[in-house]
Design a protein around this ligand. Structure first.
Ligand code: FNR
Ligand code: 8K6
Length: 345
């Protein structure tokens, strides 16, 4: 347990006060113009004792939005709003990364009056959560010039994050959103240089990593991945070769960490040979962040067993802003309930 509370050196640029991270948690509480609010600044500042806060996912441009009131990082007003958040976290000695997000085919014109764009014209079956009257549409497949523009828009959002005072960014490549849609065969049917084989299917993710790293330095860049598809898209055994290739490429690059995207790390995937976290550990040599139904105790055991290096805590941190103190003092935690999403505490 003690190890969890010791400082952890991510790399030459960033050392964290402890091995806890706050998992990115969409809260749908941004103000008009998708601008972060004072309440959001206070919410994050209350959790500043966590080694590294990952912000709720932040959209890089208007057509990346898939849920109501998710904050952005593409306008001056949004950058100014985030300065309040990062300033409040830093004032309490904390560190915070922005999670950069484009939902791809999980967007809806309701939010931006534009087109829904994705690797291929394959719809996700279902409806937008919290807005059940909105059915997901068949997206339009991106043309090459639009893919190049998206890479630039990710890099610009990363530069905006640094301007807004973030310590770095986490690229949201997980959970079936745009980047992940390129990485899985069920959502990527392309036959050009972005589809058809592992190198092509990994290309967009690597271009985003490289463009952002060139702008802000790879030591300030984390990447979240879901090699085991579990939400928003179907996985298939052929996906394994894509992640094998992607991780081999990532081993050649400087990143702050890779973060598994999952809700429950006890899930196993036949095509990964077990848990997604174990698969990542055996294929990636850098820092690995575990997540998914961990308590401090089970996380400490996993870190001791060298299954991962840091742990991200999600739902327990919604229910307990003072999570770290409670764990340190052996106090009981308030159990998470979905009704808590109605309010920023
Ligand atoms: C999430 N999760 C999530 N993941 C992500 O990459 N970006 C996001 O914006 C969100 N948003 C989000 C909102 C809410 C309300 C929940 C409950 C979850 C997933 C989250 O980061 C984490 O992986 C899971 O919650 C599992 O960790 P815990 O909660 O078991 O510690
Ligand atoms: C990432 C965007 C999230 C949108 C906000 C609502 C999130 C609510 C999450 C509730 C937890 C349910 C987990 C279901 C995931 C499927 C796992 C098999």
């Amino acid at each position: 347990m003690n190890t969890l509370f010791q400082p952890y050196r991510l790399n030459d640029t960033i050392t964290l006060a402890n091995r806890f991270m706050m998992a990115p948690l969409t809260r749908c509480m941004a103000g008009p113009g998708l601008v972060p609010t004072e309440q959001m600044a206070a919410y994050y500042a209350r959790r500043a004792d966590i080694g590294l806060i990952i912000s709720e996912a932040v959209i890089i441009r208007p057509d990346g939005q898939g849920y109501p009131n998710t904050p952005g990082l593409f306008s001056e007003a949004q950058i100014e709003g985030w300065k309040k958040v990062t300033g409040a976290v830093h004032a309490k000695g904390g560190k915070i990364f922005a999670q950069l997000w484009h939902v791809g085919r999980l967007s809806h014109p309701f939010f931006h009056h534009g087109e829904v764009l994705a690797p291929s014209a394959v719809a996700h079956e279902g409806t937008v959560p919290r807005m059940r009257e909105l059915t997901y549409l068949v997206p339009r497949a991106l043309i090459l010039a639009e893919i190049a523009q998206l890479v630039q828009d990710y890099a610009q959002a990363a530069a905006n994050a640094i301007e807004a005072g973030f310590d770095g960014v986490e690229i949201h490549g997980a959970n079936g959103y745009l980047i992940d849609q390129f990485l899985h065969h069920s959502s990527n049917l392309r036959s050009d240089e972005y589809g058809g084989n592992p190198a092509n299917m990994s290309r967009f993710a690597l271009e985003v990593v490289d463009a952002i790293s060139a702008r802000i330095g790879g030591e300030r860049v984390g990447l979240r991945l879901s090699p085991g598809a579990y939400v928003h898209l179907a996985g298939s055994p052929e996906d394994r070769a894509v992640f094998d290739h992607l991780l081999a490429e990532l081993n050649q690059r400087t990143l702050a960490y890779i973060h598994l995207g999952i809700f429950d790390d006890s899930l196993t995937f036949d095509y990964l040979g077990g848990r997604a976290s174990d698969y990542l550990r055996s294929h990636y040599q850098g820092n690995l962040v575990g997540v998914g139904n961990y308590s401090a105790e089970t996380a400490a055991q996993a870190i001791k067993a060298e299954r991962f290096d840091l742990v991200a805590i999600g739902r327990p941190l919604i229910a307990n802003p003072d999570y770290l103190d409670k764990v340190k003092n052996g106090e009981a935690l308030v159990p998470y309930a979905e009704t808590m999403l109605a309010e920023l505490v």
